[in-house]
Design a protein around this ligand. Structure first.
Ligand SMILES: *Cc1c(COP(=O)(O)O)cnc(C)c1O
Length: 445
């Protein structure tokens, strides 16, 4: 049976064996409790679960959802240059902790930290595993003993998704949450009244994935910074996505706060993700006051969440690209930003081109439709980027079957089912992947 399955699924034989043993164990339990499956039935079911298991192996996917920073699809794709450098570093040795001029032990991530500080216009900066780790580390450093109260506005007690809830992050970091204000309104005095001898810091959290409107109020960051500093308290902000450029200049979407702006307004430390609008690898960046950054780096927990050489390489490449293109603006060779700023006419042309390359019978199932793409990844929930999709109304199979076939084909293609159509939004498809779309559609239609 293993041999037959190995022919169907090119997985390591030892893994298929383990998989089949586990499945058979479960079937035995079922039989012991009275089930009477036939041998054929068991073999068929095992083959089907093996196929599902094999599909869970990490593999490239064509993102035709129109969601640019899709957390389920690996957030931001890397630029070509970053990927090329990655290969070189990954397949050889590097000066990770080695000072080449001295020939002695060197500082890890020294170059990257200076480059980050320069780009972010900060005194100091560092990078860790992700933004969640950056926040936990900051909280652990600033909350000591009884001085562990963290003041947060009730309008910012957010859940980012995947179990990242601000109140829970505070709790696991040994911080005591002090909520102030109301869901829609928090004023400076609410913060002032909450400050006690046990206050460790004031925390602001960017409402990344939702927005509040209507009867709302919150203090200016500069006023909040003044209040914090009058009480010798640090003001920390988790800004989430960390856009480096003015997003409203790339597309008709909101202006996402930049770390530079946050620091200029008086925030002492900002943290944000490396793989959202920055377009880098999974990482969390901490920037701001140099004593605070130095203190955070000395935390024993820092070691547990530090970046490896592969991440540091990609992040270094990404930050250098921003620095090199700082004055010229634009999309910095970052695919996520290129997707945001691509114009609709180009997408429409590509959609028409793809359809025209299909055989006549397949063509008649397809039309070009206007859609709305989104930045995603818990950024700019109101962003609506005009986009174009190929809408497919299959005649021989159901729309869900079509979607499954495309997701499980040689090159996985993930679209969106809208009523009786499958939509392939081109805003998130690389132009060089158009050939793959043609091939896949030819096969399934
Ligand atoms: C996305 C996000 C996070 C989590 O970032 P990770 O890098 O995934 O850990 C934290 N805070 C905010 C405000 C976010 O938007």
């Amino acid at each position: 049976m293993v041999k037959a399955l190995c022919l169907q699924c090119p997985l390591p034989r030892a893994l298929v064996t383990t998989f089949v043993q586990r499945e058979l164990y479960q079937w035995r339990q079922k039989i012991l409790s009275g089930a009477t499956p036939s041998r054929v039935e068991i073999e068929k079911e095992i083959a089907a679960s093996l196929k599902t298991f094999a599909a869970s192996r990490l593999q490239p996917v064509i993102n035709a959802t129109g969601v640019i920073i899709h957390t389920n699809l690996g957030r931001s794709p890397l630029g070509r240059e970053a990927a090329n450098t990655l290969t070189e570093i990954a397949t050889g040795y590097c000066n990770l902790e080695f000072n080449l001029p001295d020939g002695a032990r060197g500082k890890r991530a020294g170059y990257l930290e200076t480059a980050l500080a320069s780009l972010l216009e900060a005194e100091a900066a560092t990078a860790v595993n992700n933004c969640a780790a950056a926040l936990v580390l900051t909280l652990r450093h600033l909350c000591v003993g009884d001085k562990n109260e963290v003041i947060v506005s009730r309008s910012e007690l957010v859940e980012i998704g995947g179990g990242f809830r601000i109140p829970e992050i505070l709790e696991t970091s040994g911080a005591k949450l002090v909520e102030v204000g109301a869901t829609n309104k928090t004023n400076l005095n609410d913060y002032a009244k909450a400050i006690t001898a046990n206050t460790a810091m004031i925390l602001k959290v960017h409402r990344s994935n939702f927005y509040i409107g209507g009867f709302t109020e919150e203090p200016e960051v500069s006023d909040l910074a003044k209040l914090a500093h009058e009480h010798q308290l640090p003001l920390v902000e988790d800004i989430g996505s960390g856009a480096m450029m003015n997003t409203d200049e790339l597309a008709p979407i909101d202006h996402e706060p930049t770390p530079q702006q946050a620091l200029r307004n008086g925030i002492d430390l900002v943290c944000f993700s490396g793989d959202k609008l920055l377009g880098g690898p999974q990482s969390g960046i901490i920037a701001g006051n140099k004593e605070l950054v130095a203190g955070i780096k000395k935390e024993p927990f820092f070691r547990a969440v530090r970046c490896d050489k592969l991440i540091l390489t990609v992040l270094q490449e990404c930050i250098d690209t921003y620095l090199a293109n700082k004055s010229s603006g634009g999309t910095f060779g970052v695919p996520a930003l290129e997707f945001i700023s691509e114009n609709v006419a180009t997408l429409r042309e590509r959609a028409e081109q793809i359809i025209s390359r299909l055989p006549g019978s397949a063509q008649s199932c397809c039309e070009v439709v206007e859609t709305i793409a989104r930045t995603g990844g818990g950024t700019m929930p109101k962003s609506e980027i005009p986009s174009v999709a190929i809408a497919i109304s299959p005649t021989k199979i159901s729309v869900n079957r079509l979607a499954t076939l495309l997701r499980t084909g040689d090159r996985a293609i993930v679209g969106v089912v809208v009523e009786s159509q499958l939509r392939l939004d081109l805003r998130t498809v690389f132009a060089h992947q158009d050939d793959c779309l043609v091939e896949a559609l030819e096969q399934v239609l």
